[in-house]
Design a binder for this molecule. Structure first.
Ligand code: UN1
Length: 505
């Protein structure tokens, strides 16, 4: 086997990792994709030091030239799209079509930000005094620590890393270990595109070592901004840690995303949307569908059509044309099994549940189910609003269904879990769509589309347990990676005092 994948600090691979683990293919767990050398907290701190050291030099590169480097990244991502997507499929079991879409999302992100290098506008602002002019400038925040999950091992990191670099920051990235091989390939592309050594550093570390390293680096004043994508539970800890150092992180956390289906909805369209966002990516997106909230008069019909669609959906080998493949890795499979335990204890589930195998087969399965972490899709009808399944993210192929009478009730049900990432309504009545958007406390609302599949240039992020209100993507993310500096320039030749020397009219 080739040498272990190692952290990269200031352009150098870091020898002597504290431990090595294998990243395996979840569709064929016997296949090792790569050996990962994980580092300890001191390596995390060393990466932060390297980022700090490189920051002023990178910030001095004119923004349009940083934009050209981002353009190079986009070109190389395009040239390597098939290879990188195949690696994503191999390492986390995402169906190839989705993995190609994921790489496309990086290309789209580069496409958007390469031009931003020629904008990064500030403002000229009138002064309340004569012979004086006011200005605003966007300044880089400094060093950025990016900590991401492995369900979107390359696209979601690019949402942080591309704009952070474009704005003149340097980066330390801690990806998930179970997607480390894809992360390494992604990082190499940035190096080949001309990102200088030290500007983009890569650290593999487990959860406790990452927290210890982050704490030390924050205490030493080496990190100016943290971007985190992961569970609400871990995000809360990241937020607490940052708060102690007077920092506001960018948090992109879990979701229990509702889909409302009204009595006038196109039911086939709604079923298609529920199938894609409920079971696509095996339900492992932060934007995956949690609960369908269906108007009681169309409930029976929706359940019948949705049940049939789920039963006949293709699943299996992610290299084939399937709706979904395996769970991400053993840890996620164990977490999902736990959820299945309490689902089985509280609900009557129709159809097969649990791991697909010879003793628990699925008709039409593509490939060898015994080879990987494949789970039957689960629909739970009649979920009560005080149920665990209704209230908490499951991060796996399970969708709950409940009913409502009035739209106000559906909105209240959608808000009840206290997340607030994505949401969707299927209706042919525009009034209902606008009432829903106004009432639902979600960062993202889809009308006649599923809860997942956000476009790369709209604000992405959530409220409540889904985040701290920060937004990624598009121009909105510039406020995460720059800070406003104001300037007042007095050319009157005398000391003019704001508020005091101004005649009121
Ligand atoms: C995530 O799961 O962290 O909107 C992000 C979507 C994707 C991003 C999901 N483009 O479903």
């Amino acid at each position: 086997m080739s040498a272990a994948i190692l952290s990269v600090i200031a352009g150098e691979r870091v020898p002597n990792p504290v431990r090595t683990t294998d990243s395996t293919n979840p569709a064929n767990t016997a296949e090792v994709v790569g050996e990962i050398g994980s580092a300890g907290p001191e390596t995390f701190v060393a990466a932060a030091e390297a980022a700090r050291h490189a920051q002023s030099g990178w910030a001095a590169v004119p923004a349009p030239r940083r934009g050209q480097v981002i353009a190079n990244v986009g070109r190389l991502m395009t040239a390597n799209k098939d290879r990188l997507a195949a690696l994503v499929t191999q390492e986390i079991g995402k169906p190839l079509a989705e993995a190609l879409g994921e790489v496309q999302e990086i290309i789209d992100t580069c496409d958007f930000f390469l031009g931003e290098g020629r904008r990064l506008y500030g403002q000229t602002v009138p002064s309340e005094m004569p012979d004086k002019q006011l200005f605003t400038f966007r300044r880089p925040v400094g060093t950025v620590a990016v900590i991401t999950a492995g369900n979107f091992p390359v696209a979601v990191p690019s949402w942080y890393i591309v704009p952070a670099l474009l704005c003149g920051n340097t980066v330390l990235w801690k990806p998930a270990e179970y997607s480390a091989v894809a992360s390494d390939a992604f990082h190499q592309i940035f190096t080949r595109a001309g990102v200088p050594a030290g500007v983009f550093n890569l650290v593999y570390a487990d959860g406790p070592d990452t927290f210890a390293g982050l704490e030390q680096a924050l205490a030493a004043g080496l990190i100016d901004k943290v971007g985190f994508t992961g569970s609400s539970e871990v995000g809360r800890r990241v937020g607490e840690l940052c708060g102690r150092h007077l920092q506001t992180p960018c948090l992109e956390l879990g979701g229990k995303n509702p889909m409302v289906v009204t009595e006038d909805a196109d039911l086939d369209l709604a079923v298609e949307g529920a199938l894609f966002s409920g079971f696509g990516t095996a339900g492992q997106r932060c934007t995956s569908l949690g609960t369908v909230i269906v108007q009681e008069s169309v409930h029976a019909e929706f359940v019948a059509r949705f049940g049939a669609a789920v039963a006949s959906a293709a699943m299996g080998d992610p290299r084939e044309d399937v709706l979904f493949g395996p769970l991400l890795d053993e840890k996620f499979a164990a977490g999902f099994e736990k959820s299945l335990g309490w689902i089985a204890a509280h609900h009557r589930v129709i159809g097969a549940v649990g791991r697909v195998g010879a003793d628990n087969p699925r008709a039409g399965f593509v490939g060898d189910p015994a080879a990987g972490l494949f789970y039957h899709p689960v629909i739970v009808d009649g979920v009560r609003s005080d149920d665990e399944l209704f209230l908490n993210e499951t991060f796996g192929p399970v969708v709950g269904i409940t009913t409502y009478r009035e739209l106000g009730e559906a909105i209240a049900l959608g808000n009840k879990p206290g997340y607030g990432l994505s949401s969707s309504i299927y209706t042919t009545d525009p009034n209902k769509a606008f009432r829903f958007a106004q009432g639902i406390s979600a960062g993202m609302v889809s009308v006649n589309n599923s809860t997942s599949g956000a476009e790369a240039h709209l604000p992405f992020g959530g409220n409540g347990k889904s985040g701290n209100g920060s937004r990624q993507s598009g121009v909105w993310v510039l406020d995460q990676f720059t800070r406003w500096q104001s300037m007042n320039w007095d050319y009157s030749g005398k000391l003019q005092k704001a508020q005091m020397d101004v005649e009121t009219v």
